[in-house]
Design a protein around this ligand. Structure first.
Ligand code: PLP
Length: 360
């Protein structure tokens, strides 16, 4: 008897690597490897999620109407065109499942987020990787890679793990060049940190083939609760809702996300600290002679002379109880991605890297 085998593509998936969270010899390491909010979630979100626990024998809402209303208000979007998912990862997954299959191509960029490739392969479609230009998404390279088989184009803006932001004119040029029979997906996991950028909201509203994804995992500090959302033309929302599990979000997730959204004071404060500390971190890294682009997100990418030096710096930081991310699988082996922490965390990182440089 031959053993059952999965659908083509599935065994090509390399397991997603999350940010390391434990360090031998350090009971409480400083975790700056997953772009989480260093201040944690809003206390109101914690209270709202906890309050749901007494009623977990009840099924949750299937249409997420209250959360979508709140998202609509806070982010100036039409709640009818919002779909909520188990993290934005699930929205990415729905898009691939609904629109790409065997023989279809899905474009992502050289340093693009790992889930685009994973969800593409899970759907049986073919991932197509396009080069970037000095860590920036290259619109011309993407448009040159589009074929009649292309169904989806994924870019994150601001991008992860580079932190770079493509200017709105460039995003618009990409949307203009995207064929009608193909969806452009703007992954907006870090949009809130990019002052003045709307995440592509207006492009979604003016086209029939642009989708924006957003998350509660980064600024809102709810990565463990798993809530994300997508904003798309009505015809896309109607399709995605057909494959969405009716109870994909728990009562606690829905309540926690809604409360987080409404705690505007918390959000404002976190954003302000991030902007100040991000600038300080970038300045400090450059002073140490490291390469560091401007970042529009809640992390920075420090570039070392070569992979060996980056690995040595990573090991040194770990020795100091600090966990950052070595983005080797993102084709940045000579770099370390560092989440912007609390002011004292960032001081610790800069002091450790200064010592590392001196002992080298
Ligand atoms: C963190 C991240 C996400 C968000 O994932 P969730 O499933 O919402 O937690 C999406 N895209 C990118 C580029 C990210 O870095």
């Amino acid at each position: 008897m031959t053993q059952i085998t999965p659908q083509p593509g599935i065994l090509d998936i390399a397991l997603y690597q999350g940010g390391q969270s434990q360090l031998a010899g350090h009971a409480e390491p400083l975790k700056l490897s997953s772009n989480e909010n260093p201040f944690g979630p809003s206390p109101r979100a914690v209270a709202a999620a906890a309050a749901e626990m007494a009623a977990i024998h009840r099924y949750p809402s299937t249409d997420h109407a209250e959360l979508r209303q709140a998202i609509g208000k806070v982010h100036s979007v039409n709640p009818e065109q919002v779909i909520c998912g188990v993290g934005s990862d699930e929205i990415i997954h729905f898009l691939c499942q609904a629109y790409a299959g065997p023989g279809d191509e899905v474009i992502h960029t050289e340093h693009g987020f790992a889930m685009y490739r994973i969800s593409t392969l899970a759907a049986g479609a073919t991932p197509v990787e396009v080069p970037e230009r000095d860590r920036f998404v290259d619109v011309d390279a993407i448009l040159a890679a589009v074929t009649s088989a292309t169904r989806l184009i994924f870019i994150a803006n601001p991008a992860n793990p580079t932190g770079t932001l493509l200017p709105m004119e460039e995003v618009q040029r990409l949307a203009d060049g995207t064929p009608e029979g193909c969806l452009l997906v703007l992954d907006g996991a870090y949009v809130e940190f990019a002052a003045g950028y709307d995440g592509g909201r207006t492009l979604v509203e003016s086209r029939s083939n642009v989708v924006m994804t957003r998350t509660f995992s980064k600024l809102y500090g709810l990565g463990g609760l798993r809530v994300g959302w997508g904003y798309a033309p009505q015809h896309v929302i109607d399709v995605l809702n057909r494959i969405r599990g009716p109870f994909n979000l728990s009562n606690a997730a829905l309540a926690g996300a809604e409360a987080a959204l409404k705690d505007e004071g918390w959000v404002t404060e976190c954003l302000q600290v991030n902007a100040e500390e991000r600038a300080r971190l970038i300045g400090g890294l450059r002073q140490l002679g490291l390469g560091c682009d401007e970042s529009a997100a809640n992390f920075v990418l420090a570039r070392f002379a070569d992979e060996q030096t980056a690995l040595a710096a990573d090991a040194y930081l770990k020795g100091q109880g600090i966990i950052v991310r070595h983005p080797k699988s993102y084709k940045l082996p000579h770099a370390l991605r560092i989440t912007v922490g609390r002011p004292e965390d960032n001081s610790r990182v800069l002091a450790a890297l200064t010592n590392f440089k001196e002992q080298a």
